[in-house]
Design a protein. Structure first.
Ligand code: SF4
Length: 357
């Protein structure tokens, strides 16, 4: 066969072959190490990737506590487009009664991941992508990263076979994109469990000098915060209601005290929290502060504000102010623009603890 024939043959093949579409994926990017490694593995295989970052009221981005601010930086390092999606009220509605329950705290991981997958699926349709990529590692998290949970999440979101987890892929069933050969399974990883050795080795391979620490989990996995959110849900004045984002933001600051079925007191712990709380005051709140001594900003929130509630709140506020123990001092009570000054004694430790949420 002459050289010309060879050229002819290959020309014919090129003309007859379907032009191969570049494979495209939507990645759930958190700003943490795992999801960025997952994206790098995809980019290395020539996959075009667009990222989706999810923000909830309890977690800056995905499961990466504190790494949310990094997500833009990470997307820009990876040179991929980033879309940020915020789950607000619909997330709180889910949190009231998650179909698959809670983990060790108030973390509804299976329902939460399902919402994230749905968001990624929507974006996948919009940009005509072929599959979803996540940084999930099998058995890294007890509730949502085991075979059963991953199956449930895929069924719930109708994404069976469409979600590739490059870090654990070799320990998971083949996805559609591996089956059709567009992504080579042999170049994917087999990382399983909570140890980060595999990820750190991979980070070195990709020349990441300063990999971020392991994510600490979202606020809903924190025991103290879980107690607060449980209390908030339990005492909603209308069981059909969903807490407001403002209520949730208030859970993140201060000391919390349950004073009645309809009212609770929040007391700032430092100057920064006092500022934040001042910005969260709503119309029906009562703001109580020590009049004569430095002390915290405090918000009495709820309804049916009887005098006894205002008095108890004043005692608590004085307990955290510089007013002398055992002495009566004055507090400023501000409600609907009106200010009253009343006197109270600081509360004793025993009673204080019995009210703490
Ligand atoms: S820890 Fe669970 S509830 Fe929190 S963001 Fe991650 S998946 Fe969602």
């Amino acid at each position: 066969m002459s050289d010309n024939n060879v050229e002819q043959t290959s020309l014919e093949l090129t003309n007859n072959a379907e032009p191969r579409k570049k494979v495209k994926a939507v990645a759930l990017l958190s700003g943490g190490l795992d999801s960025s490694l997952a994206v790098r593995i995809m980019l290395e295989q020539g996959v075009e990737v667009e990222a989706v970052a999810i923000k909830t009221p309890f977690c800056d981005f995905d499961c990466g506590k504190g790494c949310g601010h990094r997500v833009k930086e990470v997307a820009s390092d990876l040179e991929i487009p980033l879309k940020t999606i915020y789950f607000g009220e619909e997330y709180l509605r889910m949190l009231k009664r998650p179909k698959f329950g809670f983990g060790s705290g108030m973390n509804p991981c299976i329902d939460c991941r399902s919402m994230m997958y749905n968001a990624a699926k929507e974006h996948m349709k919009k940009i005509d992508a072929d599959f979803i990529v996540t940084g999930e590692v099998l058995y890294q998290r007890p509730m949502s990263q085991n075979n059963r949970a991953l199956d449930i999440i895929e069924k719930e979101t109708d994404t069976q076979g469409k979600v590739l987890r490059p870090l654990s892929a070799k320990s998971l069933p083949m996805t559609d994109i591996e089956k059709d050969g567009s992504v080579k399974r042999e170049n994917l990883c087999n990382i399983v469990g909570r140890s980060r050795k595999g990820q750190l080795a991979l980070a070195r391979k990709f020349g990441i000098d300063d990999p971020p620490n392991a994510a600490g989990g979202c606020l809903l996995t924190d025991p103290q915060f879980s107690t607060r959110i449980r209390d908030l849900m339990q005492y909603l004045d209308d069981p059909g209601k969903v807490p407001s984002i403002n209520d949730v933001e208030l859970l993140k600051v201060g000391r919390h005290f349950r004073l009645s079925n309809t009212a609770k007191l929040i007391v700032g712990r430092d100057q920064n929290e006092n500022y934040i709380m001042s910005s969260l005051v709503i119309n029906d709140d009562i703001v109580i502060e020590a009049e004569e001594f430095p002390g915290p900003t405090s918000i009495l929130r709820g309804k049916n504000y009887e005098d006894s509630l205002v008095e108890k709140s004043s005692q608590i506020v004085l307990r955290y102010s510089d007013s002398p123990r055992g002495h009566e001092s004055k507090v400023r009570v501000k409600y609907h623009g009106q200010v009253n000054v009343i006197s109270a004694f600081p509360i004793g430790n025993g009673e204080l603890e019995s009210l703490r949420i």
